[in-house]
Structures are given as structure tokens and as C-alpha cells.
Design a protein around this ligand. Structure first.
Ligand code: CP
Length: 317
């Protein structure tokens, strides 16, 4: 594997899940595979889970790990060509990428959508420059449009907890005070569409996801109807994708918050969220603390999804 940006890069999903379960059984079985190999994780945005789980996964494989927080301690980076660099940005990404690449074997990048230009965000301008100019395997630690390590961990979690061969999985929009990226719902939709699950997306009108990610999923604007009989409820906020409202908040309607009444519509369904989560906006205290909440095992599986991806890189470098 040379890059990991989406479900298309992981190959056969059943095989990937099987590998994840093998890793989970004994995560230290490949602890020599990464000897003298270095992972560089570059964060343009904050993280708790991605940072720790990916570092842990690399350590399980015996890798060395370096972490760069671009906004804390590094030079402020210019990302556009042709700019007269007379402002606060001291270094250009086009020099910084090959320099950073010379110190490592695998690169993880976190770079969120800026919501200044839909074209720039959906072209993945920063991530693509790392792929083009580093000469090293690159993986997304959440980019402008996708969060594949999260979606892979979500899939592993559903496979662990499902009681039906073909569960009903519902992705529901929920309210949030700030405009959040579409990366998590995009990836979740992309990965769910690659399974044979019954997959439904529900959100207020105006929050349609990009068609390349929503795919052929059923879109149901009535949240209660969508939740009927669900086995897994995946809540997430995202800002609008469709023009002219790209990146805007269209609703903060608290009637979309996942509470006990909403969960009672499901078939004793599990609650999922990628975290961090705003309690009593996205989900009530009662639901997230209930035995049906999978948020902690889901986050724990981030170590497993990262380890499968890093292991595959190590097998090819
Ligand atoms: N879910 C997730 O990616 O969490 P962090 O933003 O804390 O890494």
C-alpha cells in the first residue's frame, strides 16, 4: 500500500476486518516489523485520539515516531504557490515536505477543511502536495474531506457488535454550535456503502453530503422514521456541503439530538460517535452513558485500524 486516503486503498474489506481482528488478538505479534522505520505525524489541526492511537499502533509495530504540530513550534507554513511571502509565513510547504520526508519512512497528515473554498477543500490541496512531493507513503489522519482511520475503526466496531448478518446502520446529523467538517460523515458513508449493510442517512434538508460519498444510500429527512429498527445509530454534526451554503450552519435544531426517546425507536440499537462530542447537543448524557453506547470501544479500535494501515505500509517499503 502506497497511500491510505479512503476505502479504495484498503482493498477487500472483509480481509481488512479479518486482519484487524488478528491484530486485536495480539497487537505485539509484529513488534519487529517496524525496526529502524520512522513514522512522522504532522498535525495542522488538534487531535487527541488520532495522535495517541496512531502513535501507539506504530509503537506496537516497533516503529520510531516523530510528531510535528505545525501551529506549535514549527515555522508557519505557506501552502499556495505564487504567493509573495511577506507575511507571517516563514517557510513554504514545497520545501518543508521533502525536508520532513528525508527524516522518515511513512507520513501521516491531519489537515482539515478551511471552508474558504469548496474546490480547494475537495481537491485536498495540502494532502495531495504531501503525496506528490514527499516520495513516501502518506496516510490521512483526517483530511479536508475524509477520515478513513476513523471509518475503518467504526467498521471494525460494527463487525464486533453486530447481531445480524446485515444490520441497519443509520448516520444521523445532530446539532452543534460550530461549523464542523464533512470528513467523518463522508468517510463513514463511503465505508458503509462498501459493505452490504442496510445504510440510511438522515439530516435536515440542505445538509446533503457530496454525492461521491453519499452514493446510493437511502436519504431520509424524517429522523424518527430513519431510526426505526436501527441496530447502529451513528451521530455526527457537519456543515452544509451544497452551494451556496458550503461550510455554513443551517440549523441548530435540538430536536435532532439523540436522546432516550430517539433510541427507543431503534431495535435496541447501539449509539456511536467518533468523539470528541458535545453532550446534550449531539447526544444526551443518558444515551452516551448507557450500556448501548459504543463510543469508548470505537475510540479504542482506532489503535487497531491504524495498526493495520501501518503494517501494510511496512510490508511494502
Ligand atoms: N475521532 C478523532 O479523530 O478524534 P481526534 O480529533 O481527537 O483525533
Amino acid at each position: 500500500m502506497k497511500k491510505f486516503l479512503g476505502v479504495q486503498d484498503i482493498g477487500d474489506l472483509k480481509q481488512a476486518v479479518k486482519e484487524a481482528f488478528e491484530v486485536k488478538k495480539n497487537r505485539f505479534a509484529w513488534d519487529r516489523m517496524g525496526k529502524n522505520k520512522t513514522l512522522l505525524m504532522i498535525f495542522f489541526n488538534s487531535s487527541l485520539r488520532t495522535r495517541l492511537s496512531t502513535q501507539k499502533a506504530a509503537m506496537n509495530l516497533g516503529m520510531n515516531v516523530m510528531v510535528l504540530d505545525v501551529k506549535q513550534g514549527a515555522w508557519n507554513l505557506e501552502t499556495e504557490r505564487g504567493v509573495v511571502m511577506d507575511g507571517d509565513k516563514a517557510e513554504h510547504l514545497l520545501e518543508a515536505i521533502p525536508v520532513m520526508a528525508s527524516y522518515c519512512d511513512v507520513i501521516g497528515v491531519r489537515s482539515f477543511a478551511k471552508y474558504e473554498s469548496k474546490a480547494d477543500d475537495y481537491e485536498e490541496k495540502i494532502l495531495m502536495q504531501f503525496i506528490q512531493y514527499s516520495g513516501k507513503p502518506v496516510f490521512s489522519m483526517e483530511s479536508a474531506t475524509c477520515h478513513p482511520l476513523q471509518a475503518f475503526a467504526d467498521l471494525i466496531t460494527i463487525e464486533e457488535y453486530k447481531k445480524q448478518e446485515r444490520p441497519k446502520v443509520v448516520l444521523t446529523w445532530a446539532p452543534h454550535p460550530r461549523a464542523l467538517p464533512q470528513a467523518v460523515p463522508n468517510s463513514f458513508a463511503q465505508w458503509m456503502n462498501a459493505t452490504d449493510y442496510e445504510f440510511v442517512i438522515t439530516h435536515p434538508e440542505g445538509y446533503e453530503l457530496a454525492p461521491q460519498f453519499a452514493g446510493n444510500a437511502r436519504v431520509e429527512y424524517n429522523q424518527d422514521k430513519a431510526l426505526e429498527g436501527a441496530h447502529f445509530v451513528y451521530a455526527k454534526n457537519w456543515a452544509a456541503y451544497a452551494d451556496p451554503n458550503y461550510g455554513k450552519i443551517l440549523s441548530k435544531d435540538l430536536s435532532w439530538t439523540i436522546d432516550d426517546k430517539k433510541m427507543s425507536l431503534t431495535d435496541n440499537g447501539y449509539f456511536m460517535h467518533c468523539l470528541p462530542v458535545r453532550r446534550n447537543m449531539i447526544v444526551t448524557d443518558s444515551v452516551i452513558e448507557s450500556p448501548q453506547s459504543l463510543v469508548i470501544p470505537e475510540a479504542a479500535n482506532r489503535e487497531i485500524s491504524a495498526q493495520v494501515v501501518l503494517k501494510r505500509f511496512l510490508q511494502t517499503i
